[in-house]
Design a protein around this ligand. Structure first.
Ligand SMILES: NC(=O)c1ccc[n+]([C@@H]2O[C@H](COP(=O)([O-])OP(=O)(O)OC[C@H]3O[C@@H](n4cnc5c(N)ncnc54)[C@H](OP(=O)(O)O)[C@@H]3O)[C@@H](O)[C@H]2O)c1
Length: 224
């Protein structure tokens, strides 16, 4: 399968690229507004994985976001929440009913106490993606509550869950299975897009817990 990470030059894009490329056989397409930046990032990720897994042959390539979306089966919107809508529109004509569009984005506002969930008027970023994407493109929310730094540290055991939401059962199951292919990551079904606010709002919670508790970094969640 081909997995595009739009904005894959950034923090969560790097983490997902490294983990997918190291732990699975899928082809990883790094997207950027600047294709040269995408190619540089892709080369750096391959180098990082090769030193971690000598003999491995990860496939990570860089493209402009539009080209990455055009070539991919699964397209992850790894861009800041307030630019997700514009990014969806930039690639919309490259998507169709056979694509799956994945949102890991969470709107947050910070103050002196910590971070607070700050969703858009649609109720969640996942719902905003569903509103802005072409009607026939299945939308899935996933990867919201993962710490990018932990993903990017390939020596770290993940031992965390990610919650997956979506209205298209088949697309949701595809993303859930893909996520589970990353070592140490379990993907749980959290229901339809209507449940995305609850899932997204866990992200400021885990960041605040890391801030207020000594020796806790890159906190994640595990459901028992
Ligand atoms: N960081 C985390 O630990 C984490 C964890 C879970 C979920 N998330 C979510 O994942 C998303 C990305 O987070 P991040 O921390 O990876 O963000 P980031 O590093 O700040 O940015 C990611 C990429 O977004 C692109 N970008 C920046 N401004 C843009 C704009 N105006 N329009 C379109 N693209 C733009 C950039 O790529 P180019 O310049 O190459 O285009 C950048 O490298 C966010 O929505 C966040 O809520 C983050």
């Amino acid at each position: 399968m081909r997995i595009a990470l739009l904005g894959g030059t950034g923090d969560i894009g790097e983490g997902l690229a490294l983990r997918f490329a190291r732990d699975t056989d899928h082809e990883i397409l790094i997207g950027s507004r600047d294709p040269e930046k995408a190619r540089d990032a892709a080369d750096a990720y391959v180098q990082a994985i090769e030193s971690d897994c000598p003999g491995g042959e990860p496939t990570v390539k860089g493209f402009a976001n539009e080209m990455a979306a055009d070539r991919a089966d699964v397209v992850v919107l790894a861009v800041p929440p307030y630019h997700v809508g514009d990014t969806v529109e930039a690639v919309a004509e490259k998507l169709d009913a056979d694509s799956i569009l994945v949102s890991p984005a969470v709107g947050m506002k910070g103050d002196e106490d910590g971070l607070h969930y700050h969703p858009p008027g649609t109720g969640s970023v996942t719902a905003l993606v569903a509103q802005r994407a072409p009607d026939d493109v299945p939308i899935v929310g996933a990867f919201h509550n993962l710490a990018a730094a932990k993903l990017s540290n390939l020596e770290a055991d993940l031992d965390v869950d990610t919650l997956v939401v979506g209205d298209d059962a088949s697309a949701k199951e595809t993303v859930r299975r893909l996520a589970t292919e990353i070592d140490g990551l379990r993907a749980l079904d959290a229901g339809p897009i209507a449940n995305a606010p609850e899932v997204e709002s866990v992200t400021p919670l885990v960041i605040n817990v890391a801030r207020y508790n000594e020796d806790m970094r890159d906190v994640g969640v595990r459901f028992h």
